[in-house]
Design a protein around this ligand. Structure first.
Ligand SMILES: C[S@@+](CC[C@H](N)C(=O)[O-])C[C@H]1O[C@@H](n2cnc3c(N)ncnc32)[C@H](O)[C@@H]1O
Length: 156
């Protein structure tokens, strides 16, 4: 099973790339975190944010496997504790299939894409920059995995 992070945004600063890699590389081979970067659409005065999000959504859809669970990261989503994430991870592994975690660009994720997601998840009440969300998500997935394995990384 793979955890796909499908994230709008590329050419991230080195500190984002390093932060992400730091946690992604700690995952075991049977539960890899795979990053798929989506090139952001050009912003211009003749394009509305809705148009840009629709075009980015088409790119995100094209990057998704045929069958996968979709979790859309959104600040208006459900609040999960790390323990809840760890429980969910156990369930996802039991049920099998890939899980895609979607991170939007500067304007967010297209409403239709959020509608078709299995759930919306928020990681804070604050609006975070998309680069930071991928780092935070990688750390939380690693922490959640460490909980399922009683690994000492997570202290209660
Ligand atoms: C700069 S934010 C976009 C903000 C946009 N105005 C909106 O309303 O969604 C870029 C992306 O980062 C993710 N993101 C930012 N803050 C988040 C949070 N607190 N919880 C979950 N995802 C977040 C979302 O996927 C969002 O689409």
């Amino acid at each position: 099973m793979q955890l796909l992070i499908v994230a709008v945004g590329h050419k991230m600063p080195t500190w984002i790339e390093q932060g992400f890699d730091e946690y992604a590389k700690r995952m075991p081979p049977e539960l890899r975190i795979v990053l798929k970067e989506i090139r952001p659409e050009q912003r211009s005065s003749s394009r509305t944010a809705a148009t840009v999000m629709q075009l980015e959504a088409a790119r995100i859809e094209a990057a998704l496997p045929k069958q996968c669970r979709i979790i859309a990261l959104d600040e208006r989503g459900k609040d999960w504790s790390t323990m809840q994430l760890a429980d969910a991870l156990t369930g996802w592994q039991r049920e099998g299939g890939d899980v895609a975690l979607l991170i939007g660009g500067a304007d967010g994720l297209d409403p239709a894409l959020k509608q078709r997601a299995d759930m919306l998840l928020r990681v804070s009440s604050l609006t975070l920059p998309h680069g930071m969300v991928r780092v935070l998500l990688a750390e939380q997935l690693y922490r959640a995995w460490s909980i399922t394995r009683n690994h000492p990384y997570h202290r209660v």
